[in-house]
Design a protein around this ligand. Structure first.
Ligand SMILES: [Zn+2]
Ligand SMILES: [Zn+2]
Length: 351
């Protein structure tokens, strides 16, 4: 199959025309990839990050974890899907047997296997999904593949974070720090559930897109003290603040933007500079009764709620896509993320 292959860390992925296709196990499925979203996580993997999380794949490897497409092959034990079905593939793969999967929280499965990391991913023509009955989600005909590409990662991660984890409600102030794919999705989702959203980024073009996603106010993080600007605009601070990037500055700015009893949502995973650790003002957090909440992926059973909002037009994941590219252009787009060179989100189309 054709594939962009990560052969070594800190080198661009290489296009191969005859890479070996993934093999289907008895409970698995092989997906003919129609579209794959380009994610900041791809950049993290390409530069060799996340060894501290145990997420470094063995190279060479075909990464890509934001893919949608049609089922090309199912294992002998798969009951719920057949060849030709349109599917979205959540990156978090549940084992089905651990305490977390049995409790309905496959996104925090004890095995921690992620599509595109533990399996062959969406930068190849065919991608591998483990335990298809547990881990695939049917995609309605009305949702286009390019629009759905982010639903396996950034869009559903933001939905789970905003709706399930911090439970944003109508009229609350929400600050989103970082307006990449995750941040733009979080803005649209928080807006759709009735919050007033403030978007923060260092790039004015990203802030323009943030306004289109529903932000009522934007702050350029390069223009001064972010937390003070948020507190001044909201007359005291926000109810919910989201670190949608995962560097020390955005994490701290997010916590410092909260009012008393506020909830900080951490979506972004950190970079080499932090290796998972960020200093935070814990005395202030105690005195203000702040909450720190993490979020990762989303369990398949929650897709119904999100897809209902997509089909009714309240959520429009297609609006944050700024370019659709062929696979040949993916390596350069990922490289440009190191210098925050992208605005909105990019999707690789395999069609
Ligand atoms: Zn992603
Ligand atoms: Zn599990």
């Amino acid at each position: 199959m054709k594939a962009a292959v990560l052969e070594a860390f800190n080198t661009p992925m290489v296009i191969h025309q005859n890479w070996a296709e993934p093999k289907c196990g008895p409970e698995d499925a092989i997906i003919k990839v129609a579209a794959n979203g380009v994610c900041r996580s791809d950049w993290h993997v390409c530069v060799g990050d996340w060894d501290w999380l145990g997420l470094q794949p063995e190279l060479p490897h075909v990464i890509g974890h934001e893919f949608v497409g049609t089922v090309a092959e199912v294992g002998s034990q798969v009951k719920g899907y057949k060849v030709g079905d349109r599917v979205v593939c959540p990156f978090n793969l549940g084992c089905g047997a651990c305490e977390y999967c049995l409790g309905g929280h496959q996104n925090t499965c004890g095995e921690g296997k992620l599509a595109g990391f533990a399996t062959s991913g969406g930068y190849g023509e065919y991608a591998h999904i483990l335990k298809a009955d547990m881990n695939l989600v049917s995609l309605p005909e009305s949702v286009a593949f390019t629009e759905a590409a982010g639903m396996g990662c950034r869009f559903m991660t933001s939905f789970h974070g905003i709706v399930d984890q911090v439970k944003v409600s109508g009229g609350e102030w929400v600050a989103i720090h970082g307006c990449g794919g995750i941040g733009l999705a979080a803005i649209q989702i928080a807006n759709a559930v009735g919050a007033n959203v403030i978007a923060i980024d260092i790039n004015d073009k990203s802030l323009e897109v943030a306004r289109k996603m529903g932000a009522v106010h934007t702050i350029n993080a390069g223009s001064g003290n972010v937390a003070e600007a948020v507190k001044e605009y909201t007359k005291g601070g926000v109810d919910v603040s989201v670190d949608a990037l995962g560097i020390a500055a955005t994490c701290l700015n997010s916590v410092m933007s909260l009012k008393k009893r506020g909830r900080h949502l951490q979506i972004g995973l950190t970079s080499r500079a932090e290796e998972g650790f960020v200093s935070l003002p814990v005395d202030m957090m105690v005195a203000m009764e702040l909450q720190l909440i993490g979020t990762i992926g989303m369990q398949p059973r929650r897709y119904g709620a999100m897809l209902n909002m997509v089909q009714s037009g309240k959520l429009r994941p297609g609006e944050m896509i700024t370019s659709v590219i062929p696979i040949e252009e993916a390596p350069a787009v990922i490289e440009s993320m190191g210098s925050y060179g992208t605005v909105g989100t990019t999707v690789v189309s395999w069609e």
